[in-house]
Design a protein around this ligand. Structure first.
Ligand SMILES: C[S@@+](CC[C@H](N)C(=O)[O-])C[C@H]1O[C@@H](n2cnc3c(N)ncnc32)[C@H](O)[C@@H]1O
Length: 279
């Protein structure tokens, strides 16, 4: 179980599930968790390879890649995804996951080819899912409309249903509060297929908190982190609203148009999700 949360995460349907989002590096965060303390990993890492391939318009379209993670920069901060660091991440995910549980790791097409095979060294890979974003994004040659999700397990566990297809069609978010914000419905499909109420879902690249919202809606607890202060602030505010029975401030009819912070830049309303479109 997870530290102070342990006793409070409950399988009773009428008790609010607990959540916690830390600010920091994914590896340090995972190392801080006890072994076998989470029940499901659903994560969408910040790969560097894709950014390097996508300096669209030499920075005119999505901002200069060299500004990634800086105030005013359009690219998000990256995880250093060389094979050794990625292996270390996978090993930590394996350590914190209980036996007979599932893991979902998102990949873009570049990182799938360079890093995806490493998941097999650590987990039992079951399938490769396609997220069909329904709407066309950016890209050279063929424009992007999908991302990939490696679905794997630690031990044996069936899905909650037997009729789930390997293509998940959920329209991508076109004007997002956070540059790489993914739709909650995508993650909710995965969480509901692999979790029971009371499970603890873990995402060490939490971004705007979409996986956390999906977890809470499925009656699960959540542990996550992000290296970006902006992401952590946004995700905490969002998840607090959901946990308190309120609306989702970043998606749906109650979406709040946001003033971009210094970390994104100073123009008004939502961020056209350039980095997300490009992936
Ligand atoms: C692709 S985004 C996740 C988006 C998220 N799924 C959502 O829907 O908002 C990847 C996130 O990883 C974060 N990140 C980059 N390097 C990191 C690191 N070393 N440790 C933890 N988070 C990191 C970035 O700040 C970014 O928010």
């Amino acid at each position: 179980m997870i530290g102070p949360m342990a006793a409070a995460v409950s399988t009773e349907a009428n008790e609010a599930p607990l959540w916690r989002i830390d600010h920091g590096d994914c590896l340090a965060f995972l190392q801080s968790l006890p072994a076998a303390s989470v029940d499901l990993v659903v994560t969408d890492p910040a790969y560097s390879g894709m950014n390097r391939h996508l300096m669209l318009g030499r920075g005119r379209i999505v901002g200069r890649y060299s500004d990634a993670g800086r105030p005013g920069g359009r690219w998000f901060q990256e995880f250093q995804d060389d094979p050794e660091t990625f292996r270390a991440l996978l090993r930590e995910l394996h350590r914190v996951l209980r036996d007979d549980r599932h893991v979902y790791v998102m990949f873009d097409s570049y990182s799938l080819l360079s890093l995806g095979h490493l998941v097999r060294e650590v987990f039992d890979v079951k399938n490769l899912l396609v997220w069909d974003k329904a709407l066309l994004g950016m890209g050279h040659y063929y424009r992007r409309r999908h991302e990939l999700i490696v679905f794997a397990s630690k031990g044996k566990r069936p899905l909650s249903r037997r009729d789930l297809p390997d293509i998940v069609r959920v329209p991508r978010i076109t004007t997002a509060a956070y540059a790489t914000q993914k739709p909650v419905a995508l993650f909710e499909t995965l969480v509901r297929a692999s979790a029971e109420p009371g499970f603890v879902v873990c995402d060490p690249f939490v971004g705007s908190g979409s996986t956390a919202v999906a977890a809470l809606r499925a009656g699960c607890g959540f542990r996550g982190c992000d290296a970006s202060e902006e992401a952590v602030a946004l995700a905490r505010e969002r998840v607090a609203s959901i946990a308190g029975g309120g609306p989702d401030p970043l998606e749906g009819p109650y979406r709040v148009k946001r003033r971009r912070t210094a970390e994104t830049n100073s123009s008004t309303s939502g961020v056209p999700s350039a980095a997300a479109d490009a992936r």
